[in-house]
Design a protein around this ligand. Structure first.
Ligand code: LLP
Length: 402
């Protein structure tokens, strides 16, 4: 579907994010279909885009939620995701978060260390509960993605090795307050190769068989998230093949598949629209300065990530430039050394594949309000988050001025 960004810019001002909700539906349906042969739960990784309307839209398709803070758990509950579809992951859960997760009776807490398992046991005991948990296994597989978003190697902080995982399951078996219902692994994000996923899932499936041999039945096999999307010209993992690889690994096991996609569901649905303020030349270098900045969309600055960029309705006189924002950092850029047409004040620039890890990683640096978010569904647009104004930014400080 083609979206008229110019009309949206006139109506909502810039910068803003626009999300194509119909595309999100398509992505959800495609992945769910890949798991058709089994009971499955797609637990949307809320961190990718936690706007309540986005999460609600996925909830309406049947999605659960993979959360990494109690705040995310509350977002999921707020839009009607049932507790039994919510998973709480993360290497550093705070006691109070564990307590709340147990009280809220979510599906399972995904535990990432022995020390954390001890804490969960203590807290569950205090509450007189049996905590449903899964253990995150780190299979020591190189996912072949950017090092910052790679998580499945022992050098990364995530999960535990197989031997530790075994000890943790035995501990659960002997504990009145721990019920190990799941197993989990997630090796990284923006994955474009199936082989590392296959290897790690097979390692984890073997562990499930070993546990079965000692009469520990695991009901949920969580394959993590990580499916890549198109930013540039990537060849993506075929979701049917992905499903097949998982089904094969789980052959003979009576187990529900859980998958935690974030980027795959929302990444390509989003576009960031920003407006040209000025052009300038410093020495030989041409700069195009826009009203959006690294505080709105940090992926290029943080990971040197590539996002496809276009000046809307212009193609003439393209030349090399850096596309930068108003923030006072040399690292404030959307792209370096790209060819863009000659621009004028108020021309619109589209930055694509901006539905995941863009708004959610935004900050208020330089006292810049977070931008508006807009949903497009069935050809209609609607605001799903207001642009922040100055009063929002000072609201929690104002009363303390002496
Ligand atoms: N499950 C777990 C345990 C995760 O750590 C993550 C992402 C996901 C699921 C979802 O992964 P996805 O399907 O979205 O690839 N800020 C980075 C990405 C960080 C990913 C963190 N974990 C970026 O902008 O690329």
């Amino acid at each position: 579907m083609s979206i008229n960004y110019k009309e949206l810019a006139d109506k909502y001002q810039t910068p803003f994010y626009a999300y194509d909700f119909d595309h999100i539906t398509q992505q959800y349906t495609e992945l769910k279909e890949a798991f058709r042969a089994r009971k499955s739960l797609l637990a949307y990784a809320v961190k990718a885009n936690s706007n309540l309307s986005v999460v609600k839209h996925l909830a309406e398709q049947g999605a659960g939620a993979d959360c990494v803070s109690i705040g995310e758990v509350k977002r999921a509950l707020k839009v009607g995701i049932a507790p039994y579809k919510i998973i709480f992951s993360g290497v550093g859960k705070i006691d109070d978060e564990i307590r709340q997760a147990l009280e809220l009776d979510i599906l399972m807490i995904n535990v990432e260390s022995e020390a954390e398992l001890d804490r969960v046991e203590v807290i569950a005991k205090e509450l007189g509960k049996e905590a449903r948990i899964s253990v995150r296994v780190n299979p020591n597989i190189d996912p072949k993605t950017h090092p910052y978003i790679s998580t499945g190697l022992h050098e990364n902080k995530f999960g535990v090795d197989i031997d530790t995982a075994k000890r943790m399951y035995i501990k659960c078996k002997n504990s009145e307050n721990l019920d190990a219902i799941g197993i989990h692994c997630h090796i990284g994000s923006q994955l474009t190769e199936l082989e590392p996923i296959k290897e790690s899932i097979n390692i984890v499936a073997d562990l499930v068989r070993n546990l079965k041999a000692i009469k520990m039945e695991i009901s949920f096999f969580d394959v993590g998230g990580g499916l890549g999307i198109v930013y540039d010209d990537e060849t993506l993992i075929d979701t049917k093949e992905y499903g097949q690889v998982i089904m094969e690994a789980l052959f003979g096991l009576d187990i529900t598949v859980v998958c935690e996609p974030g980027r795959f569901l929302v990444g390509n649905s989003g576009t960031f629209i920003t407006k040209v303020l000025y052009e300038k030349i410093n020495g030989d270098k041409r700069f195009v300065i826009v009203d959006g900045a690294m505080n709105d969309l940090i992926r290029p600055s943080l990971y040197n990530a590539y996002h496809k960029i276009e000046v809307l309705e212009k193609s003439e006189n393209a030349s090399d430039c850096n596309l930068v924002g108003p923030v006072c950092e040399s690292g404030d850029f959307f792209a370096k050394n790209i060819e863009l047409p000659a621009t004028e004040h108020n021309d619109l620039v589209a930055i694509y594949s901006a539905g995941a890890y863009c708004f959610t990683m935004a900050s208020n640096y330089n006292t810049r309000g977070k931008v508006a978010e807009i949903a497009i569904e069935n050809g209609k647009d609607r605001l799903i988050r207001k642009r922040e104004i100055f009063e929002d930014l000072i609201a929690l400080e104002e009363e303390y001025i002496k």
